[in-house]
Design a protein around this ligand. Structure first.
Ligand SMILES: Nc1ncnc2c1ncn2[C@@H]1O[C@H](COP(=O)(O)OP(=O)(O)OP(=O)(O)O)[C@@H](O)[C@H]1O
Ligand SMILES: [Mg+2]
Length: 226
């Protein structure tokens, strides 16, 4: 880590006073409520909180997949456009997103799914290295319906990391995995955090132990745990 640079030079993602409410008929949920946050390159940050506390909603806001009702998200110093279609280019170039469900394209195999937004020799080499690291090298030609839940989740890991993103947002990435495979996934995430900032929703103690700091959401509000 360089101490010569100013701390703000390494900020990959900044969120200021983010808020999101869901309103439908009877229900009115304040899912994210005044969240401030900065993630720096090389940081591995855990995000915890009870079910329904707003973790996935916050990740969607940070990725620009949903527009906040209030507040702003800056990625590499630039405000993320409010419309998901306008923020798509920024997201594809700089953000790796691991959803709670991996949302693979059913008619594409694992390799094609991983490379859907990223092309080139370098990406293909990175894909092979990543696939070997998480035990997916023999699965690259398989379509998602022939994979187990954990294999699909790992295919999502490949897609999220293959573009060497500046920011990785991951929602329970080891949820369907046994502990050996889970640790392999943590290792590749941790490795990607050398050049990226990494925010991971998890209740996996092994993962939290390896995080640089842990944030907790409670009713949409953020508190620092350590
Ligand atoms: N599309 C939606 N429409 C209405 N309410 C929603 C929607 N998505 C989430 N919510 C509500 O917003 C709150 C936060 O949900 P969110 O999915 O962000 O929680 P979470 O912390 O990720 O939970 P979990 O750990 O179960 O994944 C919950 O009360 C949920 O019911
Ligand atoms: Mg969630």
């Amino acid at each position: 880590m360089s101490s010569a640079r100013s701390p703000s030079a390494d900020v990959v993602l900044e969120a200021e006073d983010l808020a999101l409410e869901y309103r439908d008929g009877r229900r009115h949920v304040r899912a994210v409520d005044g969240v401030n946050l900065a993630l720096r390159r090389g940081e591995f940050v855990g995000l915890v909180g009870p079910s329904g506390s707003g973790k996935s909603s916050l990740l969607f806001l940070l990725a620009g997949l949903r527009a906040p009702d209030r507040g702003v998200v800056r990625l590499l110093g630039r405000p993320v456009p409010r419309r998901a279609d306008e923020s798509a280019q920024l997201r594809r170039r700089h953000v790796g997103f691991l959803f709670q469900e991996p949302f693979l394209v059913p008619y594409l195999d694992v390799r094609e799914n991983a490379l859907v937004h990223t092309r080139g020799e370098e990406a293909e080499e990175r894909l092979l290295t990543l696939a070997r690291a998480i035990g997916m090298e023999t699965m690259l030609d398989e379509r998602p319906h022939r994979l187990s839940g954990g294999e699909r989740q790992r295919a999502g890991v490949l897609r999220a990391l293959v573009g060497a993103p500046d920011l990785v947002l991951a929602d329970e990435p080891t949820g369907n995995l046994d502990s050996t495979t889970g640790h392999a996934v943590i290792d590749v995430l941790r490795e990607s955090a050398h050049r990226a900032a990494l925010l991971v929703v998890t209740h996996d103690e092994g993962m939290l132990e390896r995080a640089d700091r842990v944030l907790r959401l409670a009713d949409g509000r953020l508190e620092v745990v350590d």
